[in-house]
Design a protein around this ligand. Structure first.
Ligand code: C2E
Ligand code: CA
Ligand code: CA
Length: 536
């Protein structure tokens, strides 16, 4: 019994010593006073245990009480060891989780490169330390085509490989981040203009070498805008903006890279500002749809509407679509706008329906909407979820859209027609090949551009163009809308030529949904509102 008691106390001391180690580690990690106290307590326990051990050895006697004490001391040792080692384990796991969380918050999950937040923090740090640096903003030129044409998997793989390839060509101390979509930022501290230019050249050169993606070989290219600290900005946003302006300028001038100059930013700055605000505007619901009535010229009743975008800013000022749609088109943000518009029109159909109005609603599509599959997918989804959508929505595409940007718009238009959508050819007559478009495109309607109505009363050329365009369209089985009708005299002439529909300030400008409903109910004779609908 004596020997067993001795062994138990010794084991207890050993366990306490083993328990002291994790406790000290926890102390070092957490720097918490509680754990420091615990370590001191464990150390004093060890001394206490040693005291009992020595007195037992010296007395060489054992009784049931002393044996019980040795069992308790042993159990205490086990307890202390378990508590400290389990706690260390848990704290280490929490630490790893926190580290992972921190890593994730600062890195892009796709490429594992630093993300926008990390990039901005790095720029701000360099600025704080007053370290001169050059910032390159890089846009992958054909990313959207790869993403849309070959699918998101291939797009993702391309971004990963581009990230790796660029990173492997950077010098020690350079920094690369993916700050969004296909945009990368490369920061080169303490580099000369020539040094940065050399890196830009290497990047452009490297991206032109083939990437192997999912069994395909494809090449890429980039456009790079460069800004310099402290010359081109005093904070992260300004530095990125300046590089963005330079990149935009390079794109416009057909170059692979450009260094920021203040002359580039006139005009471009405003565009850039608008482009950046578009995402926020979508998020903050600053876009509105106004509806401009389209009137049936024979019956003088409302037979449709054109949905036109309005951007009402927080301070109540509005930005005209003429100012922001072309910028949205350049920066690919038009896709998000059109997506928003179509979803909103789908909701507004209910409001028209509730008021007993069942008229077509024309929506404008831009060339970029017709690239890729997003539009087709969204229209199919909306058509499947509500049969009224496809019966109501008329898709307007402009002649320039059809001519310039798409190699074969017919295919997509045929698909959309097969779903049941009607197609209207907007701004008719302004393109260079209106006649061949009429022949080749599966449209249902033309909209004669406003410019042809100019002084229609006494401009013989315009009269001839308008009357012949109407006859031609009718001969092909299409209906005709004249847009931009402002005067009664012009309306009368259009009626005489047999123009089917009239749109213009003579009747009404584009107005908010509820106003468009009340305007229609006021304009149409009461019995018409019951059955007002027309086919394009
Ligand atoms: P658009 O498609 O040719 O639309 C007709 C434009 O003519 C509208 O200008 C309309 O308000 C204006 N208008 C209509 N009647 C008259 C008139 O009697 N006199 C005059 N002077 N103007 C008239 P708005 O709303 O400023 O839109 C301008 C352009 O912006 C549109 O031209 C269209 O190309 C584009 N746009 C507007 N909303 C959208 C949209 O949701 N998506 C796309 N892709 N483009 C849009
Ligand atoms: Ca239009
Ligand atoms: Ca038009």
């Amino acid at each position: 019994m004596f020997t067993l008691a001795i062994i138990l106390i010794l084991a207890g001391i050993l366990l306490l010593i083993l328990g002291l180690y994790p406790a000290r580690k926890i102390c070092a990690k957490t720097k918490h006073n509680g754990w420091r106290m615990l370590s001191i307590l464990i150390s004093s326990f060890i001394i206490g245990y040693a005291g009992v051990f020595v007195s037992l050895i010296l007395s060489q006697t054992i009784n049931p009480i002393l044996f019980g004490l040795s069992v308790i001391l042993f159990s205490g040792g086990i307890f202390v060891y378990m508590v400290t080692s389990f706690s260390l384990n848990t704290i280490e796991k929490l630490h790893t989780l926190a580290e992972e969380e921190k890593y994730n918050a600062l890195h892009d999950p796709l490429t594992s490169l630093p993300n926008r937040k990390h990039c901005i923090e790095t720029i701000n740090l360099l600025i704080e330390m007053e370290t001169p640096f050059q910032l390159m903003l890089m846009d992958v030129v054909n990313f959207k085509q790869v993403n849309d044409g070959m699918g998101h998997f291939c797009g993702d793989q391309l971004l990963i490989q581009i990230g790796q390839r660029i990173a492997s060509h950077l010098d020690k101390g350079d920094f690369i981040a993916r700050i969004g979509g296909d945009e990368f930022v490369i920061i080169c501290p303490n580099k000369t203009d020539i040094g940065t230019q050399a890196i830009a050249n290497v990047i452009n050169f490297e991206l032109k070498k083939p990437f192997s993606i999912d069994g395909f070989e494809l090449t890429s290219s980039s456009i790079i805008g460069i800004s310099t600290f402290p010359d081109n900005g005093s904070d992260a946003e300004q530095m990125i903006n300046s590089a963005d302006v330079a990149m935009y300028w390079a794109k416009k001038s057909g170059r692979e890279h450009a260094r920021f100059r203040s002359s580039m930013s006139q005009g471009a700055r405003k565009k850039l500002q608008i482009s950046r605000q578009i995402d926020q505007a979508l998020e903050n619901e600053q876009f509105r749809i106004f509806y401009q009535p389209i009137i049936c010229s024979k019956l003088d009743i409302v037979c449709g509407y054109e949905a036109l975008m309005r951007w009402v800013k927080e301070d109540g000022t509005t930005i005209s679509p003429i100012d922001f749609i072309p910028i949205a088109e350049q920066s690919n943000k038009i896709n998000s706008i059109t997506e928003w518009l179509l979803d909103k029109v789908a909701i507004d159909i209910d409001a028209f329906d509730d008021a007993g109005i069942h008229c077509p609603i024309h929506v404008n599509l831009s060339a970029k909407d017709l690239m890729g599959r997003n539009l087709e997918n969204q229209l199919t989804r909306l058509a499947n979820s509500d049969p009224r959508f496809v019966a109501t929505v008329v898709l307007e595409i402009t002649e320039s859209t059809a001519i310039n940007r798409l190699r074969s718009p017919e295919k997509l238009l045929e698909k959309l027609k097969a779903i049941g959508f009607k197609i209207s050819l907007d701004d008719f007559g302004t393109g260079y090949s209106s006649l061949s478009l009429l022949r080749d495109l599966p449209v249902d309607q033309i909209k004669i551009d406003r410019s042809f109505l100019y002084q229609l009363e006494d401009n013989d050329r315009n009269r001839s163009i308008v009357s012949n365009a109407i006859s031609l369209a009718h001969g092909l089985g299409y209906t005709v809308v004249a847009e931009g009708v402002e005067q009664l005299e012009i309306l009368k002439i259009l009626r005489m030529y047999g123009c089917d529909y009239i749109q213009g300030f003579y009747y009404s400008p584009a107005i908010p949904l509820q106003e468009a409903i009340s305007w229609t109910l006021r304009h149409n004779p009461p019995q018409i509102n019951e059955l007002a609908h027309y086919t394009t």
